[in-house]
Design a protein around this ligand. Structure first.
Ligand SMILES: Cc1cc2nc3c(=O)[nH]c(=O)nc-3n(C[C@H](O)[C@H](O)[C@H](O)COP(=O)(O)OP(=O)(O)OC[C@H]3O[C@@H](n4cnc5c(N)ncnc54)[C@H](O)[C@@H]3O)c2cc1C
Length: 393
């Protein structure tokens, strides 16, 4: 990460403004190169703000288009990957359950297989003897960020050279990345493993690593460059269209959560917000919780969101534990509305709290998620349509 990321919308807008001049041809030409944590690369490092929706995909994509027109297509496409993964998982929620079940199985193996346990701890601590991998493992822990290409190489070496269960690697990422996101992370690991598109996996190659790290690393002879893709016994069920609730109206209470920290821009036309509460649960992203910096960013983002909600709706928000949610909702006796939580622990916790929350989806998600049921290349043209839409984010 460039400078220590500050979990506020203003800090995100500052980073966006600083990046925008480079969101066109410079991004397209340089985005695959990882110059290392000490040098400025071509990518935006906007992911912690986008992940918590301190900035929305719509506003970032539209700002890039306004600055560069068609030359921003590559950057906008990458932003679209985030939306695609979210929409894909929304249509196959069972894939999150498959991941969690696989993680539990891998944990059981860790408890009983000493060799696996040692290899896992060496990988997390950056002690495998594969210089590039060890350096990236330490970078994730120290900086809570990793370049996209390094994430691909890291996941591939984890799965195909170190032969570790992919779910443990995905969990390691969720524990340490500020942008740790259930859809992007789970589905990217599955994609690398060859489970997203059966038979098609991503194999890290020493030559490619040397080239795109500017020669910082050269793991020739250390990687398994001929491994077969993983397979799985249970294939995900066919896609079901995403379910969007009808828009709420009347007097409501608004619940904020870390999946969308810009509730003041949700479409609540027709609603009068009488009370606002917030719940944060970043520790539920990973087994054994998340790193302090990750929890700190999520909590900070929510505090920032509470401040903006207070200004917008004229009420003083309260911070709740998830267990207090049902009591809070019952005390107000009004309909609970909340930003549509994507598949993951927040959505599960809200469903379990059983407060009948009406989920308010953003226009961007409503327009794009339904097209994410199949491959990215069918989805891609729709991103331009959403960027061109007059408003709605
Ligand atoms: C194994 C693996 C795990 C990943 N886990 C996560 C994760 O937990 N959370 C996460 O936000 N991204 C994840 N990614 C995607 C991607 O690596 C990061 O979004 C990106 O590196 C963030 O850096 P940036 O903001 O500089 O990206 P930029 O290149 O500047 O892109 C701008 C924004 O577009 C989005 N984006 C770009 N590439 C992708 C992509 N391939 N998939 C989804 N969104 C993308 C991000 O929101 C990003 O901030 C993962 C990728 C891999 C290969």
């Amino acid at each position: 990460m460039d400078a220590e990321p500050i979990p506020t919308r203003d800090a995100g807008l500052d980073r966006l403004a600083a990046f925008l001049p480079r969101a066109g041809a410079a991004y397209a030409a340089g985005r695959n190169t990882d110059p290392g944590p000490e040098r400025k690369g071509a990518v935006s490092q906007l992911s912690p703000w986008l992940r918590h929706r301190l900035l929305t995909e719509a506003e970032v994509a539209r700002a890039a288009f306004a600055a560069h027109g068609e030359a921003a297509a590559k950057f906008i496409e990458e932003v679209g990957w985030r939306t695609y993964w979210k929409g894909w998982l929304e249509q196959r929620p069972g894939v999150y359950d498959l991941y969690r079940a696989g993680l539990r199985r891998a944990e059981n193996r860790l408890a009983t297989e000493e060799g696996l346990r040692r290899a896992f701890h060496d990988a997390c601590a950056g002690r495998t003897g594969i210089d590039c991998f060890d350096s990236w493992a330490r970078e994730i822990v120290a900086r809570n960020y990793l370049h996209n290409h390094a994430r691909m190489w890291f996941a591939s070496i984890w799965i195909f050279t170190l032969r570790l269960p992919w779910e443990l690697g995905a969990d390691f990422f969720l524990r340490h990345l500020l942008d740790g996101d259930i859809a992007s992370n789970t589905l990217s690991w599955r994609w690398v493993a060859g489970l997203h598109t059966p038979g098609k996996h991503y194999l890290a190659r020493a030559e490619n690593i040397a080239r795109f790290t500017g020669g910082r690393f050269d793991p020739r002879g250390l990687l398994d460059e001929a491994a077969e893709p993983l397979t799985e016994a249970v294939r995900p069920r066919p896609a079901l269209p995403p379910q969007f609730d009808p828009p709420p109206s009347g007097e409501v209470v608004l619940l904020l959560h870390e999946e969308d920290c810009a509730a003041e821009t949700l479409d609540l036309a027709g609603c009068t917000v009488r009370a606002v509460a917030a719940v944060a649960m970043p520790e539920a992203r990973a087994r054994g919780g998340v790193a302090p910096a990750v929890a700190g960013f999520a909590h900070g983002a929510l505090v920032d969101a509470m401040g903006r909600a207070a200004a917008r709706f004229g009420v003083r928000p309260v911070l709740l534990e998830v267990d207090d949610l049902a009591g809070w909702a019952a005390a107000h006796r009004l309909k609970v509305v909340t930003a549509h939580p994507p598949i993951g622990p927040v959505a599960q916790a809200l469903a379990a709290a059983d407060v009948g929350a009406v989920r308010v989806a953003r226009a961007w998600d409503r327009a794009l998620w339904p097209h994410a049921g199949r491959g990215f290349f069918g989805f891609r043209p729709r991103i331009g349509d959403a960027v061109a839409a007059a408003s709605g984010g």
